[in-house]
Design a protein around this ligand. Structure first.
Ligand SMILES: Nc1ncnc2c1ncn2[C@@H]1O[C@H](COP(=O)(O)OP(=O)(O)OP(=O)(O)O)[C@@H](O)[C@H]1O
Length: 243
């Protein structure tokens, strides 16, 4: 579904990604780990197509189409969606209105989706205005559920979310990624950034990657990588034999 080749990205004057290669096939869920500031969110923002992430080399291919220079709204139309780490507050736009706009006319499911992530009481509120950290994440999850993207990028779904709501979020993300179906029947793929790995208790991931200083330095089983990081730290990932 997604193939990234030798991707180099500058933010401002600084090169943040130094040649990323990554392939995510239909039905697969990949997890991206790495220290703070290593470039994980930059990779997701670049795949989504935000303008201040300048691609200086390499390419992004989505379902066989080169989207390296495709504008963000067209990428969204092609089925790429993202849960942001720090989404903006939008005064004057109600969450319910946005959900209707991104639903593609399938508004009937909105109440059930809102219930699934405990957000029924938020549809008449301005987006993210006064929302707590966990409410912002759940609002983002709800937007993704209504939008139904084929390629789902999720930036730190657990941060700021309490234990009960992590469970709700996790089950919703698993549903979004069609985890109840066998991998050959799934049409959805995902790329999830996590520091804690809590999301893996709800969403089974197929591959894990570790980004350090703008390069992917390790590949493997996500839970094994997480356990190694917990015990030995990221430096152990530099010794990875899988690359
Ligand atoms: N708009 C920007 N202007 C300047 N520097 C930026 C900008 N966006 C990102 N950076 C820098 O790029 C580097 C990578 O940031 P990024 O947010 O991708 O890291 P990350 O791996 O997602 O970190 P974290 O785990 O803390 O969320 C950081 O040093 C960050 O300060």
């Amino acid at each position: 579904m997604l193939k990234i080749e030798n991707l180099k990205v500058k933010v401002g004057d600084r090169e943040v990604l130094h040649g990323i290669d990554l392939q995510i096939n239909d039905g697969e869920t990949h997890v991206l780990m790495g220290p703070n500031g290593s470039g994980k969110s930059t990779l997701l923002m670049t795949i989504m197509g935000f303008g201040n992430y300048e691609i200086t080399d390499g390419r992004i291919v989505y379902n066989g189409k080169d989207i390296t220079h495709t504008p963000i709204h067209e990428r969204a139309k092609l089925g790429i969606g993202m849960l942001f780490q720090r989404p903006p507050t939008i005064s004057g736009l109600k969450l319910g209105k946005l959900l209707q706009a991104v639903s593609g006319g399938k508004t009937g499911d909105i109440p059930a989706f809102a219930r699934a992530v405990n957000m029924e009481g938020f549809l008449e509120r301005d987006i993210n205005k006064g929302f707590s950290g966990g409410e912002i994440k759940r609002s983002e999850a709800l937007q993704l559920m209504v939008q139904r993207p084929d390629f789902v990028m999720i930036d730190e779904p657990e941060s700021g979310v309490d234990l009960e709501n992590i469970s709700l979020m996790g089950h919703s993300i698993a549903q979004l990624l069609q985890k109840d179906q066998h991998i050959v029947n799934r049409q959805k793929s995902g790329l999830i950034i996590t520091h804690t790995g809590h999301i893996l208790n709800y969403v089974e991931a197929d591959f894990g990657h570790v980004m350090i200083d703008g390069q992917i330095r390790c590949h493997g089983n996500p839970r094994e990588i997480l356990n190694v990081i917990k015990v030995k730290g990221y430096k152990e990932c530099l010794a990875c034999q899988q690359i």
